[in-house]
Each structure stands twice: as structure tokens, then as C-alpha cells.
Design a protein around this ligand. Structure first.
Ligand SMILES: NC(=O)C1=CN([C@@H]2O[C@H](COP(=O)(O)OP(=O)(O)OC[C@H]3O[C@@H](n4cnc5c(N)ncnc54)[C@H](OP(=O)(O)O)[C@@H]3O)[C@@H](O)[C@H]2O)C=CC1
Ligand SMILES: Nc1nc(=O)c2c([nH]1)NC[C@@H]1CN(c3ccc(C(=O)N[C@@H](CCC(=O)O)C(=O)O)cc3)C=[N+]21
Length: 302
């Protein structure tokens, strides 16, 4: 990797470890008061990527000292069965955070499932109540979706708190990344543009950004020369591509940018893997800890 890449890479791994250490420390203190945060993760079907993420979440929860509950359901599970399981978890005092891994099979109404999670246990931050709180700046009690929350921490590592006078472009407008990301950037006083598949002259839009968050899911979609010299780049994209010149069929993960091209112009950039991904897991731990603290009227470090 070129020198520029080495000293401008924003390590999500390091930042995530820092968050997890603080979660562990607070969890240990809570244990003294007989409080044990509980995280329930439900996965339907056996999508390989989802399996990777769900096992990473369960392992990290145990590492933090949480009660970690995982429910693997068959792909043909009835929607009512899933809703009944969530209802039981909503009522279970040992569970403080509930996450239903997306995507869900098409016979299940994902919106209905996500909205059936009690807002105070919605550690994904997808419930209308939490989306509304984030949208209206009520961030004290809102659960913020993990990927945008983690991306914001990486941005703060470069720019500190407060982005007044900076222009930010979020490419992608999903409910789990793009839109909440834009809300967080706005709350930090950046001037925010949300780009998507209908945006004209996307390259020109990107070139005016001091901060770019790419959340599209298309490998190397954002070219290096779209990056303003000295911009901060957060690459949320996760794309599995064939390894060039590798063994046939061998794949690797890349983001939405060509890392080398972008890193040559960026002031700082997150790698894929090792950037936003670990932060997503760490912020899920932080949200679960906060849910447990809120449930027991205890102070939370985040
Ligand atoms: N690292 C992590 O922790 C996480 C990573 N991800 C990754 O982030 C990526 C985005 O996922 P997600 O947020 O669910 O997004 P979605 O797949 O739901 O949506 C993709 C977004 O990109 C936009 N888009 C598609 N093509 C273009 C284009 N040519 N130009 C501009 N915008 C375009 C779409 O626009 P439109 O709205 O008009 O269709 C849409 O808003 C994926 O690779 C996903 O794997 C997701 C979650 C967590
Ligand atoms: N209800 C719900 N909440 C989510 O937060 C959610 C979801 N569903 N569905 C899928 C996306 C995707 N997502 C990731 C989590 C961790 C990594 C991660 O740890 N990535 C590692 C690499 C992991 C690997 O080796 O594949 C990295 O980027 O370094 C990536 C992506 C959470 N998501």
C-alpha cells in the first residue's frame, strides 16, 4: 500500500476496541449492582453474510459481559411466529436490546417486524419512535442506528465535535445508513447533501464535499477524481468481488470507492474491511449497554 494510505487510514478496528473497552468497564460496574445487559439477535434463514455478522455480534456481546441470546429461525418461518418471539423478548426483563437481522425473507413484512420491537429495546434505532427522535434532535434518549453512529465517531476522530462550515455528501439514502447519517451530520452543523440514484452530476456533487459518506453497495462506484483534495472519506459499502489475479473463485471485500485512488487525495479514509464494519458491532454493544442503563435508571457512558 502507498505511504499515503498508511498514514491516512482511519482504523475502525482501533476505534471499535476503544468503545468495547468502555462498554466492558461499565458492564463490570453494573454487575456489581446485579445488572447484566441482555442482547437478543434473531436471524431468519442462513444467508452467509448475515451469519457472519450475527455470530460476530453474539461473540462481541459475550466479550462485553452481556447475556447474549441468539435465535436462528428457518427461512420458511411464519411471520406470526417471528412476531410472537419478539413480543416475548419485549416482555423479558433479562433482555434489553433486540435486533432482527435484515434482510428478511420476502414472505415476511420486514417493516411490521421492525416496528414490533419495543422502542426502548430497539438497539438498531429503526423504530419510528427512534427515527422521529433522531430527526427532531432528541438524541438524548433516541437509539441511533449503529452504522451511522459509528461512522460519526470516525468523522469526529478527524474533525472533532462540530462540523460547522463543512460540506458533507452522503451517497445513499437508506433508512439504516444514508438517512440517519445525514441527520447526524446535520445535528453536527455540517451542510448536508443526500445523493442517490436519481442525482444528476454525482461527480460534481461529490467534488464539493469536505466529508463523503459512501453507502451505496456498488464496488468502486465513486472514483478517486471525484474526491476533493483533502476530503475525509467514510466508505460504508461492502462488496464481495473476485480477487484479481487470485485463484479462480477467490473473492475479497471492497467498498464503494477505489481505496488507492481515493486515499491518494483524501485527508483520511476508512478501509474496507477494518473501517465502518467493526464500528457497527461496537455501537450495537454501546446501544445495548445504554438500553440496560435506561431500564435500570443507571448512568450510561454513551
Ligand atoms: N459496514 C457496515 O456496518 C454496513 C455496511 N452496509 C453496506 O452499505 C451499502 C449500502 O447499504 P444500505 O444502506 O442498506 O443501502 P441500500 O442498498 O438500501 O440502498 C443503496 C442506496 O444507494 C443508492 N444508489 C444506488 N445506485 C446509485 C448510484 N449509481 N448513484 C448514487 N446512489 C446510488 C440508492 O439510491 P435510491 O435510493 O435512489 O435507490 C440507495 O439509496 C451496502 O454495500 C451495504 O452492504 C450496510 C449496513 C451496515
Ligand atoms: N438489523 C440489522 N442491523 C444491522 O446493523 C445490519 C443488518 N440488520 N443487516 C446487515 C447490515 C450489515 N451490517 C454489518 C455489520 C458488521 C460488519 C462487519 O463487521 N464487517 C467487517 C468484515 C466482516 C467480514 O469479514 O465480512 C469489516 O467491515 O471489517 C459489516 C456489516 C450490519 N447490518
Amino acid at each position: 500500500m502507498t505511504q499515503a494510505v498508511n498514514n491516512r487510514t482511519i482504523s475502525g478496528k482501533d476505534a471499535a476496541e476503544n468503545i468495547v473497552e468502555r462498554v466492558k468497564a461499565r458492564t463490570a460496574e453494573l454487575a456489581g449492582a446485579g445488572i447484566k445487559p441482555g442482547l437478543a439477535v434473531i436471524i431468519v434463514g442462513s444467508d452467509p453474510a448475515s451469519q457472519v455478522y450475527v455470530s460476530a455480534k453474539g461473540k462481541k456481546a459475550e466479550e462485553c459481559g452481556f447475556f447474549s441470546f441468539k435465535q436462528q429461525l428457518p427461512p420458511e418461518v411464519a411471520e406470526d411466529r417471528l412476531l410472537a418471539l419478539i413480543e416475548a423478548l419485549n416482555r423479558d426483563p433479562a433482555i434489553h436490546g433486540i435486533l432482527v437481522q435484515l434482510p428478511l425473507p420476502s414472505h415476511i413484512d420486514a417493516g411490521k417486524v421492525v416496528q414490533s420491537i419495543a422502542p426502548e429495546k430497539d438497539v438498531d434505532g429503526f423504530h419510528f419512535i427512534n427515527v422521529g427522535k433522531l430527526g427532531t434532535g432528541e438524541t438524548r434518549t433516541a437509539f441511533v442506528p449503529c452504522t451511522p453512529a459509528g461512522s460519526m465517531i470516525l468523522i469526529e476522530r478527524i474533525h472533532g465535535k462540530g462540523l460547522s462550515g463543512l460540506s458533507a455528501v452522503v451517497v445513499g439514502r437508506s433508512n439504516i445508513v444514508g438517512k440517519p447519517m445525514a441527520n447526524l451530520l446535520l445535528a453536527a452543523n455540517a451542510t448536508v447533501t443526500i445523493a442517490h440514484s436519481r442525482t444528476s452530476n454525482l461527480d460534481a456533487v461529490c467534488r464539493q464535499a469536505d466529508i463523503i459518506v459512501a453507502a451505496v453497495g456498488r464496488p468502486r462506484m465513486i472514483r478517486g477524481d471525484w474526491i476533493k483534495q483533502g476530503a475525509t472519506v467514510i466508505d460504508v459499502g461492502i462488496n464481495r468481488v473476485l480477487l484479481e489475479g487470485g485463484e479462480p473463485g477467490k473473492t475479497r471485500l471492497v467498498g464503494d470507492l477505489d481505496f488507492g485512488e481515493a486515499a491518494a487525495r483524501a485527508r483520511a479514509i476508512t478501509p474496507v474491511p477494518g473501517g465502518v464494519g467493526p464500528m457497527t458491532i461496537a455501537m450495537l454493544m454501546a446501544n445495548t449497554l445504554r438500553a440496560a442503563c435506561l431500564a435500570h435508571d443507571a448512568s450510561a457512558p454513551f
